[in-house]
Design a protein around this ligand. Structure first.
Ligand SMILES: [Mg+2]
Length: 337
């Protein structure tokens, strides 16, 4: 903590010397001035814990000095003790207080009284300094805390991203797909609008991996993802990777016809890539089979039924020679089981 500074102002050197002697016991930095002008100049350079100000001085007297100090924003809270031999007359004392003195001491000074008063002001200054340092420390901690908070939010965002995104393709993962599908199912119940689901599966992908290796297999999955992502979908449509080589597209507010059109675009887009697949059981290149189902969600129907219908449609497509789209109505299935 900074050492408290005390300014003593007196036109007579012997008085300054006497004050200096009385202040000797304190751990302070003492600044001396022998005129009001000099005292004011010192207040520009220092932050004083206390000013001991002689009243009778040639030129500017103590009252004027105090008034000028009070008029300055930086100095107006510095405690001033007037030291005077002048008179005990109350009119003088009042003048001193009007000029902003916090205390009044009469010469000759009684050392014990003087020192105890000065001690109080030093203590006040030290408490004020300690408070200021604590406040600064608090502000620093607050900034640190805000930075930590920011980092935490970023980490949380990243975690959320990681927990909802498929690492290989960057698409929504199975977990997030389940959540979105469930949300859309509930929304469909409320709005009583058609919800469609497309499930697509790369044909003979195990054979592809066995033939070309997993690295090429991963590249192929990314290529398929890029192609699927480029198919124009609406904001509300959601594309996800739900298994090794299985993808799904949730199409809210879409009827069977609309879903089938989307499914055909999806199938064609992969077909056109013409990625060589020498071990395909049905074609010379990489293809997908697509299953589609549509239903108006109902409270007494499980969303699983739509998944199962789309899965069955996919199964149907596989058995119809692959590289094709099939649809299956949920109504053909057992409801409420
Ligand atoms: Mg004097």
């Amino acid at each position: 903590m900074a050492i408290p500074k005390i300014l003593i102002v007196d036109d007579r050197p012997e008085n300054l010397l006497a004050l200096e002697g009385l202040l000797d016991k304190f751990h302070i930095e003492l600044i001396k001035a022998n005129s009001g002008e000099e005292a004011l100049a010192h207040t520009l350079d220092h932050d004083f814990a206390l000013i001991l100000l002689d009243v009778q001085m040639p030129g500017m007297d103590g009252y004027e000095v105090a008034e000028l100090m009070r008029g300055n924003r930086k100095n107006k809270h510095i405690p001033i003790i007037f030291v005077t031999a002048a008179s005990k007359a109350s009119s003088h004392i009042f003048k001193g207080y009007e000029s902003g003195a916090v205390d009044y001491l009469l010469k000759p000074l009684v050392p014990l009284v003087f020192q105890s008063k000065v001690g109080v002001f030093i203590e006040l200054f030290e408490q004020k300094e300690a408070l200021r340092e604590k406040t600064q420390e608090f502000d620093r901690k607050l900034v640190e805390l805000e930075e930590l908070q920011q980092q935490l939010e970023e980490t949380n965002e990243q975690l959320l991203m990681l927990s909802t995104t498929d690492g290989l393709t960057g698409l929504l993962n199975r977990r997030r797909f389940d959540e979105v599908f469930s949300e859309e199912w509930k929304r469909g119940i409320r709005s009583q609008s058609s919800l469609s689901l497309i499930i697509l599966d790369i044909d003979d992908f195990k054979a592809y991996n066995d033939t070309y290796g997993h690295q090429v297999g991963d590249d192929c999955l990314r290529e398929v993802t890029r192609t699927l992502s480029n198919i124009p979908l609406r904001e509300m449509d959601k594309l996800a990777r739900i298994g090794g080589e299985e993808f799904a597209i949730i199409l809210p507010e879409t009827d069977t016809e609309g879903a089938m059109q989307a499914a055909k675009r999806v199938r064609t887009s992969i077909d056109r890539l013409a990625i060589p697949h020498s071990s395909s059981s049905s074609h010379q290149h990489l293809t997908i089979s697509v299953g589609v189902s549509t239903v108006i969600p109902k409270a007494d129907l499980s969303s699983r039924k739509l998944m199962e219908a789309a899965d069955m449609a996919l199964y149907e497509a596989k058995h119809s020679g692959r590289n094709c789209c099939c649809s299956m109505a949920v109504t053909n299935m057992v409801v409420n089981s």
